[in-house]
Design a protein around this ligand. Structure first.
Ligand SMILES: Nc1nc2c(ncn2[C@@H]2O[C@H](COP(=O)(O)OP(=O)(O)OP(=O)(O)O)[C@@H](O)[C@H]2O)c(=O)[nH]1
Ligand SMILES: [Mg+2]
Length: 374
C-alpha cells in the first residue's frame, strides 16, 4: 500500500549519492531554465547496417531565437492539467452539500471511485482515501478541507529526489530519448533542446530515427527554430552510427549537450530493443560514461495504456528518467501516480503543449496543486 514511502527512502539514499555531482554542476551552470515556479512500429525491422555504410551529415542553422516563455510555468501547468482537474473537481464536488459532508464509509467509497477515474490506479486512490479517512473521518468537512488533504497526500506520493538532468562534469552530456511510437519523443527533444539552448548551453541534436525521412525533417525543423546543430544520416542509415557521429560532433565543437532521437518501438520488438543497446554501446565507446540520461517519453493521453505499452522499456533501455508528454490534452493526468509507482524512475519533465516553450521540469508540489487546487 505505502509504495511511495519505501521508495522515498531509497530515493533519499540515491539523492545523497548523487548530491556531489549535482551541486558541482549547479555552481557551474545557470539553472534558471525549466524551473517550476510555483503503434505498431517497424515490426520485423532488421538490425542496422554497419557504421561504414552510413554517412552522417551535420548542419548548423541560424534561425532567430524562439520567443521567451510568457506567463509562469505554474499557470501553464495548471492550464495543461485543466481537463484532469475539471473532471476530478466536478466529480468530487458532487459529493459535497453546502452545509458540509460527513466523512464516513459511504463518502470514502464514493471518493475512491471518483479518484480512480483519473487513471491514478487503485493503489494511489486507496492511499489518498486512507489519508482522508485518517485525518477527517467522522467529521463534517468542506470540499476545501478534503482537497487540501488530497493535495498534500498526492505531493507526498509524487516526491522524488531530483528532476535535474545529470550533467557530466566534463565534455558533452549525452541524452538518449526513447519510447513507443508517437509518444512525443521528437517534440519533447525540440522543446528540451530549446530550453537548454536558451540557458546558454551549446546543443547538438542527433536524428537517430532514420527509418522515416519525415522524422529527420521534423527534427531538422526544430534545430532550425532553435538555432542549434543537427547530425543526420541517410534514409535507413544505421541509427547507432548517427548516434556516434552526434557525440563525435558534440565533442569536436565543444558542445554541452547531445540529444539523440530514436524511432518509436515496443519493448517486445527484440530487434529494435537490441538496436537501442547498440546505440548505447557505440555512444559509450566515444564517452565511457555516456549516455548520461536515457529519457523514456510517455504519452499522458494514453492513461494506463502508456504504462502497459512502456512496461519493460525502462529496464531494457536502461532509462534514467521519464518525460510525461501531452499532459495538456489529457483528462488522465492522474496517471503520473502509477507511473511513479511502477517505473521507479523520476519524472524529469512534463510536456504541456506543442509549442516551443511547452515543457516544464517536474515539481511534485506544483503538480499536486495544479491537479486539485480550485
Ligand atoms: N498537445 C500536445 N501534443 C504533443 C505534445 N508532445 C507531442 N505532441 C504531439 O504528438 C504528436 C507526436 O509527437 P512526436 O514528437 O512526433 O512523437 P514521437 O514519439 O517522436 O513519434 P514517432 O517518432 O513516430 O515514434 C505530434 O503531433 C506532436 O505535436 C505535448 O506535450 N502536448
Ligand atoms: Mg519521432
Amino acid at each position: 500500500m505505502a509504495f511511495w514511502r519505501s521508495k522515498k527512502n531509497k530515493e533519499e539514499v540515491a539523492a545523497g549519492q548523487k548530491s556531489t555531482t549535482s551541486s558541482e554542476v549547479a555552481e557551474k551552470r545557470p539553472e534558471s531554465e525549466l524551473e517550476t515556479d510555483s503503434t505498431e512500429s517497424q515490426a520485423g525491422g532488421t538490425l542496422p547496417q554497419s557504421q561504414s555504410e552510413t554517412s552522417a551529415s551535420t548542419s548548423s542553422t541560424t534561425s532567430p531565437e524562439p520567443k521567451p516563455s510568457s506567463g509562469g510555468l505554474f499557470s501553464k501547468m495548471r492550464g495543461a492539467l485543466s481537463k484532469t482537474r475539471q473532471a476530478l473537481s466536478t466529480d468530487i464536488r458532487d459529493l459535497f452539500k453546502a452545509e458540509g459532508t460527513l466523512v464516513d464509509d459511504e463518502f470514502l467509497k464514493e471518493l475512491f471511485s471518483r479518484l480512480i477515474r483519473t487513471d491514478m490506479g487503485v493503489a494511489s486512490a486507496e492511499a489518498i482515501r486512507d489519508e482522508v479517512a485518517t485525518r477527517l473521518r467522522a467529521r463534517v468537512v468542506s470540499l476545501e478541507e478534503v482537497l487540501e488533504t488530497i493535495t498534500q497526500q498526492t505531493q507526498t506520493m509524487l516526491a522524488q529526489e531530483s528532476t535535474e538532468i545529470q550533467y557530466t562534469d566534463s565534455g558533452p552530456t549525452v541524452i538518449l530519448v526513447v519510447g513507443v511510437n508517437g509518444s512525443g519523443k521528437t517534440t519533447s527533444i525540440g522543446k528540451l533542446a530549446n530550453h537548454l539552448h536558451q540557458s546558454g548551453r551549446k546543443v547538438v541534436l542527433g536524428a537517430g530515427d532514420t527509418f522515416r525521412a519525415a522524422a529527420v525533417e521534423q527534427l531538422t525543423v526544430w534545430a532550425g527554430r532553435i538555432g542549434c546543430e543537427i547530425v543526420t544520416g541517410k534514409p535507413e542509415a544505421d541509427p547507432a552510427s548517427v548516434a556516434y557521429q552526434t557525440v563525435d560532433k558534440a565533442v569536436a565543437i565543444g558542445a554541452d549537450i547531445a540529444i539523440i532521437d530514436t524511432a518509436g518501438r515496443l519493448q517486445t520488438q527484440v530487434n529494435l530493443m537490441q538496436q537501442l543497446e547498440k546505440i548505447r554501446r557505440v555512444v559509450e565507446k566515444k564517452i565511457d560514461t555516456a549516455p548520461h540520461e536515457v529519457l523514456l517519453v510517455l504519452d499522458a493521453t494514453a492513461g494506463q495504456n502508456a504504462i502497459s505499452q512502456a512496461q519493460g522499456f525502462s529496464d531494457a533501455a536502461g532509462c534514467t528518467g521519464i518525460v510525461l508528454a501531452k499532459l495538456d490534452g489529457s483528462a488522465k493526468g492522474g496517471v503520473i501516480l502509477p507511473i511513479r509507482e511502477k517505473f521507479q524512475l523520476p519524472v524529469k519533465f512534463v510536456g504541456l503543449g506543442e509549442g516551443v516553450d511547452d515543457i516544464a521540469a517536474f515539481n511534485a508540489a506544483a503538480f499536486a496543486k495544479a491537479l486539485f487546487a480550485q
